[in-house]
Design a protein around this ligand. Structure first.
Ligand code: HEC
Length: 279
């Protein structure tokens, strides 16, 4: 009887172990699955998958890249795009020091008010202000860009399929249209943009910005940096979240081991007893 009980329990444990292994391998397989095939009837070239270092389970953002990316945004993209969900104060300790950001914010004139006389007034920007918008309203943005509105980039990485890979491919993917493809005036050929014709002129040029840390400002370097910065804008809590998750996993792991040990301890009397029937 004892033997039967023991066999039943060890089979039960084996069943759990098998189920756990199957779940783990399925999850791993799903993680590795990337749908980067291009089908014949697609009107878009799918972006390849790039090895972004900050996406690792225990890796963090590269602050030097974020600082360079913010520089690319300010000097290139900010002419047409806003990042209205990010405030100067949120960049403190991420891309620049508080003093640098105070100086940077104060260069911008911000409309505030009304004052005691009911008038709106202009004042120098403060840390609590959002990053400035290039256009006052949507109509102005459309007018300046041939009818196409440059979208806000705060959550752009989350708003597009394969976010960072797509953005990197879009910024580096401008090329001549294939033979037979005619482009309307004001549109540029980019195979990664749905339909292939985008109203954004190629924004990046080699040495278009001059990095203060001396990094060569190639197109792909600028694209990589600005995409990392835009990823931070969409997910500024990623580093803290990974750190918390690691702590939780360690604590949960410890609890699981202790629970297992405790279960064996409590059951040991049942598992080791022998029952004999005496007439
Ligand atoms: C000269 C103005 C201009 C500049 C500079 C510019 N953009 Fe754009 N951008 C546009 C316009 C206009 C659109 C809308 C395109 C469309 O809908 O055809 C756009 C669209 C986009 C999109 C959305 C594409 C999509 O899938 O809908 C992204 C992402 C983007 N820009 C990123 C950037 C980045 C990053 C920079 C800086 C490196 C930049 N842009 C610089 C004008 C600009």
């Amino acid at each position: 009887m004892a033997l039967q009980l023991r066999t039943a329990f060890s089979n039960y444990n084996k069943g759990i172990a098998l189920a756990a292994a199957a779940t783990a391998s399925t999850t791993l397989a799903l993680f590795q699955y990337k749908s980067s095939n291009t089908k014949c009837d697609d009107d878009i070239l799918h972006s390849p998958s790039y090895p972004w270092e900050h996406l690792g389970l225990v890796s963090s953002y590269d602050c030097a890249a974020l600082r360079r990316g913010f520089q690319v945004y300010r000097q290139v993209c900010a002419t047409c795009h806003s990042i209205q969900r990010v405030h100067y104060r949120e960049l403190v300790g991420v891309t620049h020091t508080a003093a640098e950001l105070v100086a940077m914010a104060s260069e911008v004139d911000v409309m505030d008010g009304p004052n005691d006389e009911g008038e709106m007034f202009e004042r120098p920007g403060k840390l609590s202000d959002p990053l400035p918008k290039p256009y006052q309203n949507e109509e102005q943005g459309r007018l300046a860009n041939g009818g196409a509105l440059p979208p806000d980039l705060s959550l752009m990485v989350k708003a597009r399929h394969s976010g960072q890979d797509y953005l990197f491919s879009l910024l580096t993917g401008y090329c001549d249209p294939p033979a037979g493809k005619s482009m309307l005036p004001g549109l540029y050929y980019n195979p990664y943009f749905p339909g292939g014709a985008i109203a954004m002129p190629p924004p990046l040029n080699d040495d278009g910005v001059e990095y203060e840390d001396g990094t060569p400002a190639t197109i792909s370097q600028q694209a990589r940096d600005v995409v990392q910065f835009l990823n931070w804008c969409a997910e500024p809590e990623a580093d803290a979240r990974k750190k918390d998750a690691l702590t939780y996993m360690l604590v949960l792991g410890f609890t699981a081991v202790m629970t297992g040990y405790y279960k064996r301890f409590r059951w040991s009397t049942f598992k080791t007893r022998s029952i004999s029937y005496v007439k």
